[in-house]
Design a protein around this ligand. Structure first.
Ligand code: FES
Length: 159
């Protein structure tokens, strides 16, 4: 008489609990990849709107210590999300202007020695007192802000 031996597998059949654990793990990895790929896309798409909202909501900026700015010099600051400049002129007057060129959006700079605001991108020149275009391709002047000096504090606000 011969005995029949059945071949038993040493591996247990996959249980439903193990299967769902693996599915949850794969789902979590998939969500992680979606986040890694999706977050930069979300940032890219949402940033212009957020910048516009940030710039639009800001009505004034207080510049602590700006009153100590020497004459014929400039202080760069952010008005909302946009660069701006506070100029202390040789005659003691204060002027605050946006620092975004109206041509293609480069950041302009104040050149005290030539008494001008210059855009190095395409050679645009602005008047440092009024922000009006003097020469070059900029189609219009720089943004103008109101400047108030009170008790050693300088506040710049929308004109
Ligand atoms: Fe300023 Fe073109 S971006 S002159």
């Amino acid at each position: 008489m011969s005995e029949i031996h059945s071949m038993e597998s040493h591996e247990a059949p996959e249980s439903p609990a193990r299967r769902s654990f693996i599915q949850i793990g794969l789902g979590a990895v998939g969500l992680g990849y979606a986040g890694i790929i999706g977050y930069p896309i979300y940032q890219y798409l949402s940033t212009p709107a957020q910048k516009a909202a940030a710039a639009g909501n800001v009505t004034s900026a207080t510049l602590d210590g700006a009153d100590k700015l020497p004459a014929k010099s400039v202080m760069m600051f952010k008005f909302g999300s946009e660069p701006a400049m506070l100029i202390h002129h040789a005659d003691g007057s204060w002027v605050a202007l946006g620092a975004v060129c109206s041509h293609l959006g480069c950041t302009v700079s104040f050149e005290a020695d030539q008494n001008r605001i210059f855009c190095a991108c395409h050679g645009g020149v602005y008047d440092p007192k009024t922000g009006d275009t003097v020469s070059g391709p900029p189609p219009k002047g720089l943004k103008k802000f109101k400047v108030e000096v009170t008790d050693g504090r300088i506040t710049v606000s929308k004109a």
